[in-house]
Design a protein around this ligand. Structure first.
Ligand SMILES: *Cc1c(COP(=O)(O)O)cnc(C)c1O
Length: 428
């Protein structure tokens, strides 16, 4: 496959956009080469600017769980656009999507919509601080909660790929209020809580880590956090920007039967438009302005096009009783194929998976936290990535990213992918 036009477009972009991209994870810095420019997408496939067709395993980093250009979402957006694209006034649509989200997700009474996952997590932490009247938060090394200052301390995803998990520009004053813990290490969290008694507002966590590859919570880990939080008056924030409306209707809270105090959303909830949200029981949410003291706002929050897309997406997921089971089965099928192809070719690897989140690590030891995720052989990953790309299979250009499986993938697509992996495994 040729990527000439993409290379040219990237050269043009670099002159006017830093690094040629509007979000670092799109760059190919982790794997070498230049990014692919997309022209269009439908279902499980991308068509790039050179006319290549690629099977897509990123799916806009999660939102396209039912495939690209999903008709009910596209129709909802186009119909709404004709009626005006933004008002800065309340619309009934906002109540409709809020009602549906509250009915699908356990333990939440009220939800507020924002414009990105970053905004959702940033606002959730402010709310937790306002509610508890405490300053510090605990986050886990390798977890990503967006790019707001408090979270760029050992952050995952792009920050990790590009070697800047602690970003310049974050003041010491801010950084000192973020305490860092090890994912899946409950004793470590308990120790931090012990040494910072009555100063910790919240523990924020990706209940299934997805920004250092996919890392499932160890048995008892989330339960342990829940108990620790309850005992110490700390709010437990589940960042479900990735897992929400993906692992189950009710996300990780439902899957693991754990109650978080605040939940954040993004990605799927916007159906491909810029949407984030955070939610909690009424007692906590009513701390927000205009009825409470914690300020949070947004000119375009609850935008009608974004809400129409999100509502159509949630309605589709809510109406399809078998969707999450089907996604799980497709991803399990892919997992089995990947394991067989890599084993047959004597490649050292670990595959982690929860539902439709899956990641391949080029290290034979278990991957359970940031340290073990960082042990993967990046040279193998680069060959793997470019080998698959040559065969028309597009995975994230970083060893630290999860693959997002879409229901638009057919078993033929999965078989094609497994054959491509088998080919590439021969040269690893
Ligand atoms: C993507 C992501 C975010 C940030 O969302 P944006 O919409 O990119 O700001 C936050 N948390 C998690 C777990 C994510 O995967």
């Amino acid at each position: 496959m040729l990527y000439q036009r993409s290379s040219q477009l990237f050269a043009d972009a670099e002159k006017v956009i830093p690094g040629g991209v509007n979000s670092p994870v799109r760059a190919f810095k982790g794997v070498g080469g230049t990014p692919i420019f997309v022209k269009s997408a439908k279902g499980a496939y991308l068509i790039d600017e050179d006319g290549n067709r690629l099977i897509d395993y990123i799916n806009s980093w999660g939102p396209m769980i039912l495939g690209h250009a999903y008709e009910p979402v596209v129709n909802a957006i186009t119909e709404k656009a004709k009626l005006g694209t933004s008002f800065g006034m309340p619309t009934q649509l906002e109540t409709q999507i809020a009602e549906l989200a509250v009915s699908m997700v356990p333990n939440i009474d009220k939800i507020r919509f924002v414009n990105s996952g970053t905004e959702a997590c940033m606002s959730a932490v402010r709310l937790a601080r306002g509610y508890t009247k405490r300053d510090k938060i605990i986050k886990f090394a390798g977890c990503y909660h967006g790019h707001s200052d408090s979270f760029l301390i050992q952050a995952g995803s792009g920050a990790l790929t590009f070697g800047t998990p602690n970003s310049p520009g974050v003041t010491e004053g801010t950084a000192k209020d973020t305490l860092l813990a090890t994912f899946n290490d409950l004793q470590n969290v308990a120790d931090i809580v012990h040494f910072n008694k009555e100063t910790i507002a919240a523990i924020i966590i990706e209940p299934v880590a997805g920004n250092m590859g996919c890392i499932p919570p160890a048995a008892g880990f989330l339960q342990g956090l829940r108990q620790l939080c309850t005992k110490n008056g700390i709010l437990l924030i589940f960042d479900e920007v990735m897992t929400g409306f993906r692992l189950a209707k009710g996300g990780a809270q439902e899957l693991y039967n754990i109650k978080a105090d605040i939940v954040t959303f993004g990605k799927v909830i916007g159906g491909g438009l810029p949407v984030g949200a955070f939610a909690a029981r009424a007692e906590i949410m009513d701390y927000l302005a205009p009825i409470g003291p914690v300020y949070q706002a947004g000119t375009l929050s609850g935008n009608p096009l974004a809400m129409a897309a999100g509502l159509a997406m949630l309605q589709a997921l809510d109406a399809d009783a078998a969707i999450f089971e089907r996604l799980d089965q497709k991803t399990a099928y892919l997992e089995k194929g990947i394991r067989e192809a890599l084993s047959k070719n004597q490649v050292g690897f670990t595959v982690n998976r929860v539902g439709s989140m899956i990641s391949v690590h080029f290290d034979k030891n278990p991957v359970t936290d940031l340290k073990t995720a960082a042990n993967g052989d990046n040279e193998s990953f680069k060959k793997f990535f470019h080998g698959l790309l040559q065969q028309g299979v597009y995975i994230a250009p970083s060893a630290y990213e999860t693959w997002f499986i879409t229901d638009a993938l057919t078993y033929e697509d999965l078989d094609f992918t497994i054959r491509a992996i088998d080919e590439v495994a021969k040269i690893l």
